[in-house]
Design a binder for this molecule. Structure first.
Ligand code: SF4
Ligand code: SF4
Length: 347
């Protein structure tokens, strides 16, 4: 089943190269083997027996799984799912990714218990809509304000960390559990762009179920907010880092939402599509490339003179903070969900 899907997708590539100019790895390495077009060609060569596993593995491993190629592909080649899946199959993990994920999240849990993250007091839960809470949010917060608004039926991790780490068994387990829960729901709300993107691209998720997945800002579209009187961001410059995995439509909704907040000066960042370089555990395995990307992003943020950098993925928060440290950048980085919860009130 999976192999048939992969073959079908690979054959859709027209070699147009629109993915090349958008690939953050190509931007650093200038090596076309690292782009979607290069990887598709290599995988086709591998299928025909012209290339060996070792040659394929090396290039697949350098992919950041950012989905920029997928979003810019006119032929709809499901690049990132193929690359991640093939990488996982060809390089099965020798360590338990479940344990690895838990270890990665441990510092965030400690911060939570030290009370670095606030809870909310909003209580208007609707059980007809369900909340997909990401692993990092689970570790950071006992409750986000979305927990109080929507029912959480017990979704697993989006499974991207398993796939990226070569743990196909746990990837399939988490994916299948999530698909079953989505089928039973009317609408699934996400607060992490990467989780939403990963779940949307599950092989085996039908279009009718994919249509149920929404980013939470879509539900705030007709509401108006202003800064709390006590907020330290009154009249401050606020920018938004667009995660690579965020849909264009979700980005437009977020940008309109931010422009309409009374009391802040929202400014669009230059090179809005540039990556933060973090990509989950990518930073651990490819620190030089990741740092070069993060540094570029940090300089763009510095030029904007932002007091506050918002984003919609916890990995991006870490990527931006890392870039900020190395570039001596100023400005605080927060997740949009937490900014709304802690700094805004509905007008
Ligand atoms: S944009 Fe899509 S069709 Fe064009 S080369 Fe890249 S993967 Fe192939
Ligand atoms: S997923 Fe990102 S890093 Fe990987 S090939 Fe596509 S654009 Fe490049």
């Amino acid at each position: 089943m999976i192999d048939d899907e992969i073959k079908k997708n690979l054959s859709k590539c027209s070699r147009c190269a629109l993915c090349v100019q958008n690939c953050p790895i190509y931007d650093i390495t200038k090596n076309e083997n690292n782009t979607a077009r290069g990887l598709v060609c290599k995988l086709l060569g591998y299928q025909k027996g012209l290339l060996n596993e070792k040659e394929i593995r090396k290039d697949l491993k350098i992919c950041l799984n950012c989905s920029k190629c997928l979003k810019n592909c006119p032929s709809g080649v499901d690049t990132t799912e193929i690359f991640a899946y093939k990488n996982a199959v060809l390089s099965p993990s020798k360590i338990s990714q479940r344990l690895f994920l838990k270890l990665k999240l441990l510092p965030l849990k400690v911060l939570y218990f030290l009370n670095f993250f606030k809870n909310t007091n909003i209580k208007t839960k609707k059980k007809s809509i369900v909340y997909f809470k990401g692993c990092v949010a689970k570790a950071q917060h006992k409750k986000t304000f979305l927990d109080n608004l929507f029912y959480n039926p017990g979704f697993s991790c989006c499974a991207l960390p398993y796939l990226a780490g070569g743990d196909i068994k746990n990837y399939e387990k988490a994916k299948n559990k999530n698909i079953e829960l989505i089928k039973k729901s009317n609408c699934v709300v996400f607060d992490c762009a990467t989780c939403k993107n990963c779940v949307s691209s599950y092989f085996g998720l039908e279009d009718e179920n994919r249509d149920k997945l929404v980013f939470f800002v879509e539900l705030l579209k007709n509401k108006k907010y202003k800064l709390k009187q006590t907020s330290k961001y009154i009249k401050k410059t606020v920018v938004f880092h667009k995660p690579c995995h965020l849909d264009k439509e979700d980005f437009n909704n977020i940008e309109n939402f931010l422009k309409n907040i009374e009391g802040i000066n929202y400014k669009r960042l230059n090179n809005i599509d540039s990556c933060c370089g973090f990509g989950g555990s990518y930073f651990i395995f490819h620190p030089i490339i990741a740092l070069k990307i993060a540094f570029k992003k940090a300089n763009t943020i510095k030029e904007s003179k932002a007091d506050l950098i918002l984003t919609a993925c916890p990995s991006c928060v870490l990527g931006i903070r890392t870039g900020q440290i190395f570039s001596f950048g100023l400005g605080k980085t927060l997740e949009l969900r937490d900014f709304i919860n802690n700094e805004l009130i509905e007008v």
